[in-house]
Each structure stands twice: as C-alpha cells, then as structure tokens.
Design a protein around this ligand. Sequence first.
Ligand code: FAD
Length: 331
Amino acid sequence: MSRTILVYAERRDGLLRRVAFEALGAARRLAGEGGSVHAVLAGSGGAAEDAAALQARGADVVHIADDPTLQDYAPEAYLAVLRAAMDAVRPDALLLGHTAAGRELAPRVAAAYGAGHIADVTAIEPFEDGGDVGFIRPLYAGKAFERRSFLPGHPWVVTVRPNNLPPAEPQDAGGRSGGSVQALTYAPPQLWTAVRGLLRRAGGQLDLAEADVVVSGGRGVRSAAGFEPLQALAAAFGGAVGASRAACDAGYCDYALQIGQTGKVVTPQLYIACGISGAIQHLAGMSQSRTIVAINKDADAPIFSIADYGIVGDLFEVVPLLTSEVLRTNQ
Ligand code: FAD
C-alpha cells in the first residue's frame, strides 16, 4: 500500500531537530513503495540547507514557509503553516515529533481536519497481510504499552517520541532523484502574543529528551559540587546530565534535570545512574533506556534489578575512572 505522508520538520535555534529525521524515517516506511514523503519547514531564513538535508534523507518534496513572523515559535503561526501544508499536500498522515511544539500542534491539526490522532509513539509495527499499522505507545509511565491503529476513512496525525525510532539515513550523495523544494504560500494569521525575549538558564545543555547518553545523579551525589564529576562524564560522551527528584529537592541541581514520573521521560542509548536507589517513580522516567548502567555503593539497591551493568562502588571513585577511560578511547 502506498501513502502520502507529511512530516513537520521541526527546527530549534535555526537547526533541524534530530526527531525530524526520526519522523522522516518513519514516514518513508509508512509511505511504502510508490508513496511520497513531503516535509514542511517553517522559520525565518536558512531553510535551504535544511531542505537539502531532508531531501538527502528521503523527502520527495520539501515545502518551505519562510517569513519573519516565523522567527519565533508561536502556535497560531505554526498552525497556519501546517494547515497550508495540509491543504497543499492532502496527506494520508502527518508526523510530528512528540516535543513541546509537536504536542501543541498535533491535536489542533487533528481537530481542524477531522483526523485521528495517536500521540507519543515509540515504535511502529508494519501491517501484516493487509492488516492495520500498529502504533505502539507507552502507558502508565512506561509500565504498559498499547498497540493502537487508525480506523479507515480519516487522515492520521501522529507524534513520535524523540530517540525511539531509527532516523532516516542519507540515501546517496545527490539525494533522491525527482525531489523538489517548493515555497509554501502562507498567510500570517493575527497573533495575540509575541515573544519579546528568550531567557536561557545558565549552563544550558543538550535537550535531555534527545541526548544519546544521560548521566544522572541522585541523593548519593551529596551536593551541587558533587555533580561536577557527572558533568565531566556527560561531556566526555557528548551527553546530558539528569537527576533524581531527591537530588533536585536537596538543591543539588535544577528541577529542569529531574527524570521520572513527575519529571522528564528519557530513552537514551545509555543511561548511567549514579547514587540513585531506583525508586519506582524514578524508573518511570528512564526504564526504557537502551542500556542502563548503575553505580551504587549498596549492592542491594533496587536500581540493580533493572540495570544491564551494575557497579557496586563509590561514585566519586568510579565516575572519574569512567571519564578518563571514555576520554582515552575518544582520542
Ligand atoms: P535515595 O533513595 O536516597 O538513594 C540514594 C542512593 O545513593 C542510595 O541507593 C545509596 O546507596 C546511594 N549512594 C549514596 N552515596 C553513594 C556513593 N558515594 N556512591 C554510590 N552510591 C551512593 N523521584 C524521581 O527521581 N523522579 C520523579 O519524577 C519522582 N516523582 C515522584 C512522585 C511522587 C508522587 C512521589 C511520592 C515520589 C516521587 N519521586 C520521584 C521520589 C522517589 O520516590 C524517590 O524518593 C527518589 O527517586 C529517591 O531519589 P534517590 O534515588 O536519588 O535517593
């Protein structure tokens, strides 16, 4: 079966987010033989390079809405872009990242087009013998999964969780033959709010949800200064630092780093838990990580029951050793 799929290629700070390539990879598979994949890029300037990157990874047509009003993300403006793209492409499905913007835009588009909506997809199961496509999504903070399918007769709107689906890879040096870039006619809507400035936290780091490696610290880290060796290990991997709620509550780090039931959900390739006991509320935010390493001086800590590799020891001895080993192999 062939389909026409539209991907919202989300950018941040003028750069394409990795989840855009993950959605593109899923789109290519869903489109099937003979199907087509369209991508829509919104922003103010700099879209040509991103369009080329999307084409090289399998987008047949890239629609560009380039307007000064799109400099900063505003839901009304970006919704207008998506509606213009939906009207131009009339896709069978729209795919977005399950990001703050994607979570905001997807239900609005679905409501506007009478589409079905499946959110926070972590895997897509291909149709079997003409059956449905299964969209797998976690429930109850990852304790269960459901397989959901669309019923016929409506377009699909799907958000995909970052770091779960394989990204579209470059196909060949020249990109796909027949690919094109089209300017999207976009009528800026009336805006009711405007971004006047962006206040970044000091020490801003890679988005936790998109990091390949997350090094997390818990109460066992004992102080804000105790997080420094964890930051060094995360930097050696090119990853990000996370924390348990106990570490945030104790003031060792900012709540923006909290992972768990009431914090962020992460699914990196590698999660290193340092001085974290493994409470169920923490596991809810990281148990789907590809490989879990736990460092804890208590051999009976529950975190070891879900760890792929456990190191019983003092994190202040183990973490610097790991960092120097990673730096050595990086050379
Ligand atoms: P602890 O449980 O105190 O564990 C510290 C660990 O460090 C111990 O295992 C100890 O052996 C080890 N340790 C100490 N020193 C060292 C050392 N030098 N080297 C190695 N290991 C050492 N928690 C979250 O994390 N995220 C959430 O989103 C979250 N949401 C919650 C929501 C609700 C409604 C509730 C009730 C709780 C929630 N919690 C959450 C809290 C959760 O229940 C735990 O209290 C918390 O996760 C414990 O954090 P911790 O593992 O860092 O601390």
